[in-house]
Design a protein around this ligand. Structure first.
Ligand code: SAM
Ligand code: SF4
Length: 391
């Protein structure tokens, strides 16, 4: 039911595990001391893609997503070389994530000539105090310059990422950030609630009482404020954390939410193909070595049975504006959820209301209480929260 997804053509996710600085809250696989490896890392990715093509696993990508880390730290000519190696459909969506202080007009022009159709910019906030609380290295001017350059090179689509709920952020900060980003007229916005990820410096600071944990009620209120403002500005909600003008939804993530196949290139990248899921080795060094040795860079893999896939697909679909078909024999539970204002039933489909989106996992469990009793055997059930990103 999720539109724009071709089940016969996989997406390709490329992970770039390099940053100049680690943000306190970030749990993504990335390294701040290994920039000298970028050249050989790109070479390894190109070799790996060549093997995926030679083995017939990659014929034509429907979407490509280069995420990080900070892909904009890769010299743009190297990024273009990597993209050139990936065979893709004529209408493929090709996204690159960038940090506002490590990208410029020249790099964006190179991306454009290399076939990039979409850029995602990590803005988080435009308020200096909030950016400082998040430990970010850019400012509002970097963001404006990046968006000006996106217009100059004529990128067909682009996204700005925001985070709500940082320590010290006020309602006025969020209002001002929304004013400023909406003035840039983005075709797509992602708004994540700050998640305190285990093992991050932020988690330690919260545990030590240095900073308060984000208040879920405040985050929920801010989410609802953001939703109302974005909707009024013509950005339609389409997944818990994502809003877009019509036609600017991220097709790569739509594929993920629809359970489509995705090949994984680079360290720590996750892939799934025909019922098998795997994750690549975790460091750039181990990835480069594996590829040089002619080995598959997967560190571990698991088979996912059809019942598990269906269950996961249902949970993910319920997080989107397309929802799920009304489940048979669940009339009472559904009536309770409608009565609680968490879901609506339209045209035979159950869709979360704004309040329900914040409790999408609970709504799934209320409708399918046996959802975690897995007939296919144990599997890490995905129960993503507001801040969860998918690649
Ligand atoms: C992995 S980052 C990559 C983009 C780029 N490196 C940047 O930070 O600008 C992608 C996005 O994930 C979001 N993110 C990362 N960690 C998060 C967390 N702990 N809670 C909420 N959002 C988070 C941020 O909005 C960030 O822009
Ligand atoms: S949020 Fe982005 S810039 Fe910050 S450490 Fe994570 S990947 Fe790097």
């Amino acid at each position: 039911m999720i539109p724009g997804v071709d089940p016969d053509r996989p997406g390709v996710y490329v992970h770039v595990p390099f940053c100049t600085h680690r943000c306190d809250y970030c749990a993504f696989t990335t390294f701040t001391d290994r920039g000298h490896l970028i050249g050989e890392y790109v070479d390894a990715c190109v070799t790996h893609v060549g093997r995926l093509v030679a083995s017939g696993r990659l014929v034509e990508a429907a979407t490509v997503y280069v995420g990080g880390g900070t892909p904009s730290l890769v010299p743009s000519a190297d990024l273009a070389r990597l993209l050139d190696a990936i065979p893709r459909a004529a209408d493929a969506e090709v996204t690159v994530e960038v940090n506002p202080d490590s990208v410029d007009g020249t790099a964006l022009a190179t991306y454009r000539s290399a076939g990039v159709t979409r850029v995602s910019v990590g803005v988080q906030s435009t308020r200096p105090t909030v950016l400082a609380a998040l430990g970010r290295t850019h400012d509002r001017d970097n963001v404006t310059r990046t968006v000006d350059a996106l217009h100059r090179v004529g990128l067909p689509s682009w996204n700005l990422d925001l985070i709500v709920g940082a320590a010290g952020e006020t309602d006025a900060d969020l209002d001002a950030t929304l004013d400023e980003v909406l003035a840039l007229e983005p075709p797509h916005l992602s708004v994540y609630g700050l998640m305190v990820e285990p093992g991050t410096p932020l988690a330690r600071r919260v545990a030590d009482g240095e900073v308060p944990a984000p208040d879920p009620d405040v985050q929920a209120d801010r989410y609802l404020v953001a939703d109302a403002r974005l909707t009024a500005a013509g950005l339609d909600w389409y997944e818990v954390s994502n809003w877009a003008r019509p036609g600017h939804e991220c097709r790569h993530n739509l594929g993920y939410w629809a359970g489509a196949d995705c090949l994984a290139v680079g360290a720590a990248a996750h892939g799934h193909l025909a019922g098998t899921r795997w994750v690549n080795v975790p460091t750039p060094e181990s990835y480069v070595r594996r590829v040089a040795d002619g080995l598959d860079p997967a560190a571990s893999s698991e088979t996912v049975g059809p019942a598990t896939r269906e269950r996961e697909r249902t949970g993910l679909a319920l997080r989107t504006r397309w929802g799920v078909p009304v489940p048979p024999d669940r009339t009472d539970r559904l009536a309770d959820l409608v009565g609680a204002g968490l879901v609506e039933v339209t045209d035979g489909r159950v869709v979360c209301t704004p309040a329900g989106r914040l409790l999408a996992s609970e709504v799934t469990l209320a409708l399918w209480p046996d959802a975690h009793d897995d007939p296919d055997g144990p599997s890490p059930a995905a129960r993503p929260g507001v801040g969860t990103r998918y690649h």
